[in-house]
Design a protein around this ligand. Structure first.
Ligand SMILES: NC(=O)c1ccc[n+]([C@@H]2O[C@H](COP(=O)([O-])OP(=O)(O)OC[C@H]3O[C@@H](n4cnc5c(N)ncnc54)[C@H](O)[C@@H]3O)[C@@H](O)[C@H]2O)c1
Length: 342
């Protein structure tokens, strides 16, 4: 049997990275996760290669490249919380930028020329038009988005100077879980709407706070474009194949082109779970644009990508299955311990 080409997946033990690891072989690649497990989980990459390592550790990184000879890198590892980045910008610039620079240096040393960046809709800042096309001005309004935009610009220069090809994938709101029910989103603290709503449905949290009901949207709450994590993962391999065929850098939005308001998500979550979601009304949060929806046709046309798992219903169903599987077992375990069972 033909040996699959290895791809180094930084942050492969995290939420989105683990779904890329899960999909890799379907697209003809062998995933090698490089992760310090700071927010990721070894169980999420069971059955594939895991190097427990820190991106700041250039020696270890270099050894991993030497040993596994990846043809490409998918870079998921980063700090990801917008709010935290405003309070502690140093953490975002220091780590997200210097770790990526380390990675680029080792790639150049080892002559690995294909790179996929987990970028974000946050690089666009407050949208001037919706749906947001890839050509929209990039004016990030927080250090998280800014750190990703800076990486995009660095990579554009590395392409010209060193021939390091890259694809920037600007995700909208990643959501959902693998259909197997074996991997899914576990962030601590969780900041994403859908897991928080399902936590409230399950009684893991008292209520969900809706930040702002006076936005210029049909029901007054913010609208976002939710993209299933399995679709996101697949897009990485389609983008990599295309980049390897064309030997050209490119950039794509990854969204569905359709938005749902916070209220709609809550109502649909109640339908899917059959549970009441307790809601508290809060005031607007600084920096939340009313509507973030992708213009999604470029990836579909150029990559032949279809977000076929991304109906809101499927996103909610798969997250709910994952939630009950993971958090249900955890709370049953806690109850058993309290009752004196082992
Ligand atoms: N979740 C979203 O909706 C969303 C939206 C846009 C972009 N993104 C981007 O997608 C990527 C993945 O997000 P996620 O939600 O899966 O995050 P996550 O926190 O679940 O995963 C990040 C992984 O990187 C690892 N990691 C972090 N720092 C590291 C370091 N210094 N060395 C080695 N490993 C390290 C963590 O242990 C974790 O496994 C991030 O780059 C994020 O900015 C996410």
């Amino acid at each position: 049997m033909k040996k699959l080409q290895a791809v180094l997946i930084t942050g492969g033990a995290g939420y989105i990275g683990s779904h890329a690891v899960q999909e890799a072989r379907t697209y003809g690649f062998e995933p090698v996760t490089y992760d310090n497990l700071s927010t990721g989980h070894a169980w999420a990459v069971k059955g594939s290669l895991l190097v427990k390592g820190e991106l700041a550790d250039r020696k270890k990184l270099s050894e991993a490249f030497k040993k596994f000879k990846p043809v490409a890198v998918m870079h998921f590892a980063s700090h990801i919380a917008v709010g935290e980045s405003v309070i502690n910008p140093q953490k975002y610039y220091q780590d997200n930028l210097t770790n990526a620079m380390n990675l680029f240096s080792v790639m150049l040393e080892r002559k690995v020329r294909y790179f996929i960046l987990s970028s974000t809709a946050a690089t666009y800042g407050d949208p001037l038009e919706v749906p947001i096309p890839e050509t929209h001005p990039q004016v990030p309004v927080n250090p998280y988005g800014d750190s990703k935009w800076i990486l995009e610009r660095i990579l554009a220069w590395y392409d010209k100077a060193y021939g390091l090809r890259s694809t920037f994938l600007r995700y909208f709101n990643a959501a959902g879980a693998d259909a197997s029910g074996k991997i899914g989103e576990v962030h601590d603290p969780e900041t994403h709407l859908i897991p928080l709503v399902l936590d409230a449905a399950m009684g893991r949290r008292k209520e969900i706070t809706v930040f702002g009901q006076d936005y210029p949207t049909p029901d007054g709450t913010c609208i976002r474009d939710y993209i299933h994590v399995t679709d996101l993962a697949g897009a990485h391999f389609l983008a990599l194949k295309r980049m390897m065929e064309t030997d050209k850098s490119d950039f794509f939005n990854l969204g569905t082109g359709k938005g749902f308001s916070v209220r709609e998500v809550i109502t649909r979550a109640e339908e899917v779970t059959g549970m009441k979601v307790p809601v508290r009304m809060g005031s607007r949060r600084a920096g939340d644009p009313p509507e973030l929806v992708a213009r999604a046709d470029k990836a579909q046309e150029a990559l032949g990508w279809q977000p076929r798992h991304s109906s809101l219903e499927n996103i909610l169903k798969t997250t709910w299955a994952w939630h009950r599987n993971y958090f249900g077992k955890k709370s049953a375990g806690r109850k058993n311990k309290r009752a004196g069972h082992s």
